[in-house]
Design a protein. Structure first.
Length: 123
């Protein structure tokens, strides 16, 4: 239940027609809700790809493989692989551990993410 009193559960009756339209859009479009009730937008998926690209770029710049980064950061190499492929969304703590393992400030990872996100598509 949201603070407005409108529930977005798929089978629940709703007196507000606007909320019903939103619920229909969320649950009948084939998208799956995420853990907080919304949908995972393509923008978020794209941002994860850019974050992964930034981590990979920094790792390769430091001449490290994923196992070395895993050893330096305490994060499993499988998780690093998933993150670099954009299949994982790291927590704040994970991001800080990656930065520490790479020997860079966390802000550098996020700055590179922004640069990759704003770069024109090289196709």
């Amino acid at each position: 239940m949201l603070t407005s009193g409108i529930s977005f559960l798929p089978n629940e009756q709703c007196a507000d027609p606007g909320a019903r339209d939103l619920r229909s859009a969320l649950f009948q479009s084939g998208t799956k809700p995420n853990s907080i009730g919304g949908t995972l937008s393509s923008a978020l998926k794209t941002r994860r790809l850019f974050l992964g690209k930034a981590v990979r770029f920094l790792r390769e710049t430091k001449d490290m493989n994923q196992r070395e980064l895993a050893a330096n950061s305490g994060i499993d190499a499988t998780e690093i692989s998933r993150l670099e492929k954009g299949k994982s969304n790291p927590t704040h703590e994970t991001l800080h551990r990656l930065a520490e393992g790479l020997g860079v400030p966390c802000s550098q990872i996020l700055t590179l993410e922004e640069i990759f996100a704003s770069a024109p598509d090289q196709g």
